[in-house]
Design a protein around this ligand. Structure first.
Ligand code: 1CP
Length: 350
């Protein structure tokens, strides 16, 4: 069993892959791994609103841990939502099931009225959940991930008032009232930096910034509106020992700019050619991704062969973290998720 001796524990494997150091095989976890596709999640969630779940420390800890044993995930992501810190600014956000606002943010006066306070005081349960999780995970050597929504994605919902196909209200604001959007992004950037710092202090070993909607922009607009925000967050929150992962959805046309932020890892969706991503990233960044979550409905054999292909395509990267290109869907089959993490472990035996 000499191979077992060389096996890294999941925390080492994850941190080393983020930094681009050699590993035995890619680490594996899934975006939205703690959610409605799991019957055990639905059971704990029963009769409780999503926001209540996020602030109920016992239940949030329990559902965060579920994917380790139920589907073999090798990292835990805090159960919460990108809109939780926004609640601390005094905004009223409801979930139906995505975030909605009765009063979308469209004016300077509304932005001025947003409270600028310490997330540690406003949403203390987030940090309590992280501290508890870190304690629970110590013996198993499973890494703990924190996360935040990137300001552009938060602003997209805040301005629009809900999710949208094209976020036309937001894009109209970019050309008609750029100063309003600029000051909203500045507020959200400050919040995000403070929020991620507090998560790191509470025990997050890796943090991921989700910019789900930045891919709506062309490269020029992205360079103007999004890149400086990512750079500021990377500069302010990056620690030697806490890697930052930057996720874009629908961003294959933005890869070069995604790399300019200075994150340790770029996370990409299935539209991105991983070989190209790996070659552009070079020694500067590792890559994370990128199976289409819908393909988790395929047979176990098909999932194994897709994963092997992804690993092959990413083999030129300085580090690769196996993940989906976007989150698990409520309809994702549990056995597909299990096949996905088993396929990662099989890479180490190949
Ligand atoms: O009914 C339910 O159970 C609520 C569904 C749900 C869940 C399980 C929402 C509402 N959020 C979450 C958890 C969540 N959201 C996590 C938990 C950790 C994990 O990954 O297991 C994370 C990291 C998020 C992040 C998030 N929320 C993003 C960024 C990543 C992504 O998926 O693109 C975004 C855009 C949101 C907004 C949001 N919150 C909830 C929904 C359904 C949505 C998406 C709405 C839309 O598509 O417009």
């Amino acid at each position: 069993m000499s191979q077992a001796k060389n096996e890294l524990d999941p925390t080492e494997r994850m941190l080393r892959a983020c930094r681009g150091e050699s590993v035995d095989r890619p680490p594996v976890w899934l975006m939205r791994q703690a959610g409605r596709y799991l019957p055990e999640y639905r059971q704990i969630r029963e009769g409780t609103s999503f926001l209540e779940m996020c602030s109920d420390v016992d239940r949030a800890v329990a559902v965060s841990l579920q994917p380790i044993d139920l589907v073999g995930s090798e990292a835990v992501i805090l159960f919460s939502d990108i809109f939780v810190p926004v609640l601390g600014m005094g905004l009223e956000v409801e979930f139906a099931p995505g975030p909605t606002l009765a009063d979308p943010i469209r004016t300077h006066a509304q932005i001025e009225a947003m409270r600028q306070t310490d997330p540690r005081d406003e949403v203390p349960y987030v940090f309590e959940i992280l501290r508890r999780l870190r304690g629970e995970l110590a013996d198993r050597r499973i890494p703990l991930l924190g996360f935040a929504g990137a300001p552009f994605t938060l602003a997209a919902y805040l301005v629009e008032g809900s999710g949208s196909r094209d976020f036309a209200t937001l894009k109209t604001m970019m050309v008609r009232e750029p100063d309003v959007l600029r000051s909203l992004l500045a507020r959200l950037t400050k919040l995000t930096v403070a929020y991620l710092e507090a998560q790191i202090e509470a025990g997050a070993q890796v943090v991921q910034l989700f910019d789900t909607w930045a891919g709506l922009l062309d490269a020029e607009s992205y360079r103007e509106w999004v890149l400086p925000v990512h750079r500021e967050i990377a500069r302010s929150t990056r620690r030697e020992d806490v890697p930052l992962i930057l996720y874009l959805n629908n961003g294959s046309h933005l890869l070069e700019l995604q790399l300019e932020a200075g994150a340790d890892v770029i996370s990409v969706d299935w539209r991105v050619d991983l070989e190209r991503a790996a070659s552009l990233a070079g020694r500067e960044a590792s890559v994370q991704g990128n199976l289409d979550p819908c393909l988790l409905a395929a047979s176990r054999e098909e999932i194994f062969s897709r994963v092997a292909r992804i690993a092959e395509q990413a083999s030129g990267a300085r580090g690769h973290i196996l993940n989906l290109g976007h989150g698990c869907l409520p309809s994702t089959p549990v056995e597909g998720v299990r096949a996905f993490t088993d396929a990662a472990r099989a890479l180490g035996r190949g």
